[in-house]
Ligand binder design. Structure first.
Ligand SMILES: [Zn+2]
Length: 225
């Protein structure tokens, strides 16, 4: 049994509908593919299964408990609800975005990881792992995603897509966009030859500099290197 009122978490519902349409317009998914969620206390507000993004209404957005039991929503929760719940259980994530973005999927069919082709990858925690292929919606996919996310805020799902998390839906979404961009840059580089990859020391230096700027004397800086 679940309550069928649609007035719980109105801000999260509206935000999820808005970002779902961005997913489509930004080319990170087609049709009703991909899904996203926001954690609200002991509940997760998550996009529905099988509803085309242009048709998605706030009332279609679902609410599930951390045990996966549906508590609200006119439609079925996303088929990837187990993966979202596993990420919340294993990390400090407040929002999760799962895409079917083409550059990432193409890379996953060929490479075991997305290497440090650009220093911005430090924003995802470093080189992004590709989790071995496992069927969509399975517990196996959920655990593979969590393992690939160790020390990272993004992972690639082989022959499937990507999963990113953040402290907010905006942050998780921005990371999904960044991941797709990095995969594109990597492809462009590979088309020209063997790319130079940043070393671990160079990445550590970038991370230290970003931290210094974030917590530095200015404190209010908003520019990004
Ligand atoms: Zn998927």
């Amino acid at each position: 049994m679940y309550r069928d009122d649609h007035d719980g978490h109105p801000d999260h519902r509206a935000q999820l509908v808005s970002y779902s349409n961005r997913l489509l317009h930004d080319g990170l998914a087609v049709g009703s593919a991909g899904n996203m969620s926001v954690r609200a206390g002991d509940e997760v507000v998550i996009t529905p299964s099988g509803v085309r993004y242009p048709d998605m209404a706030a009332g279609d957005v679902c609410v599930v408990g951390m045990d996966g039991a549906q508590r609200a929503g006119a439609a079925e929760p996303s088929s990837e609800t187990p993966m979202h719940l596993a990420v919340y259980a294993a990390t400090q994530a407040r929002a999760v975005v799962h895409t079917h973005s083409p550059e990432v999927i193409a890379l996953s069919a060929v490479c075991a990881e997305l290497p440090a082709i650009h220093y911005a990858i430090s924003g995802l925690g470093g080189p992004v792992r590709v989790a071995r292929y496992t069927r969509f919606g399975s517990e196996g996919l959920a655990s593979a995603a969590v393992a690939a996310l160790d020390g990272r805020s993004a992972a690639i799902l082989q022959n499937h897509g990507a999963i990113c998390y953040g402290a907010s839906l905006a942050e998780a979404y921005d990371r999904a966009v960044l991941l797709e961009w990095l995969a594109r840059v990597h492809r462009l580089a590979c088309a020209r030859g063997e790319p130079r990859i940043l070393t671990g020391a160079e990445l550590a230096d970038v991370t230290a500099e970003m931290r210094r700027r974030r917590y530095g004397e200015a404190g209010r800086r908003t520019d990004r290197p």
